[in-house]
Design a protein around this ligand. Structure first.
Ligand SMILES: CC(C)(COP(=O)(O)OP(=O)(O)OC[C@H]1O[C@@H](n2cnc3c(N)ncnc32)[C@H](O)[C@@H]1OP(=O)(O)O)[C@@H](O)C(=O)NCCC(=O)NCCS
Length: 159
């Protein structure tokens, strides 16, 4: 008797290098936040994208660009302790492939490795449980980009 075995997609995350990686990062964000969710009308890029302290992450499913997250320090100075994570997105066709969780963990681990103590995020209410399962704590409801969100945080640690 033969049994069908469903192959699990290979997911990975890396800092987006300038050039094709960064272009793919922005394409995914545009697809999710502008075209799909219509949170932003023309584009979702902002001043944070031009700040050299901002780190852009690209997620891949079977080697293809499929997800993003962005992180940046909230404090000025050489050793920032508070970091913000945002622009978490997985292309609709790749959701539930197991990329969203690794993207969040990659952002948390990266900020922790850089000496961060806390990461904050504005989380869409529909995703609060997803973040709680990843160890985040809810701080309260808020309005953000005109939509209901939850302010959430997680403690960071060095590797
Ligand atoms: C939220 C998002 C990034 C999750 O990405 P994903 O690749 O589907 O997530 P994963 O496959 O890693 O999910 C991990 C687990 O969380 C669960 N999960 C995913 N989204 C969830 C949600 N909104 N609420 C509760 N659980 C969720 C999955 O079912 C999976 O469960 P399992 O481990 O039991 O199989 C994705 O749905 C997305 O891009 N949404 C549109 C953009 C968006 O909302 N961004 C976040 C703004 S705060």
């Amino acid at each position: 008797m033969t049994r069908a075995v469903e192959a699990r997609a290979q997911v990975s995350c890396r800092l987006a290098a300038p050039g094709p990686d960064l272009a793919a990062h922005h394409r995914v964000r545009h697809q999710v936040f502008v075209t799909e969710q219509q949170i932003f009308v023309h584009g979702d890029r902002d001043d944070r994208d031009d700040d050299p302290a901002t780190l852009h992450v690209l997620g891949l499913v079977d080697g293809e660009p499929a997800g993003t997250v962005r992180l940046y320090p909230l404090d000025d100075g050489p050793e920032p302790t508070r970091w913000q994570g945002d622009r978490l997105a997985v292309l609709a066709a790749h959701r539930t492939s197991g990329l969203g969780g690794p993207l969040v963990r990659f952002a948390v681990a990266t900020a922790g490795a850089l000496g961060g103590a806390t990461m904050l995020a504005h989380v869409q209410q529909a995703n609060e449980r997803f973040f709680v399962r990843l160890g985040w704590t809810s701080l309260g409801n808020e309005d953000y980009v005109g939509r209901p969100h939850v302010r959430m945080e997680i403690a960071l640690s060095a590797p």
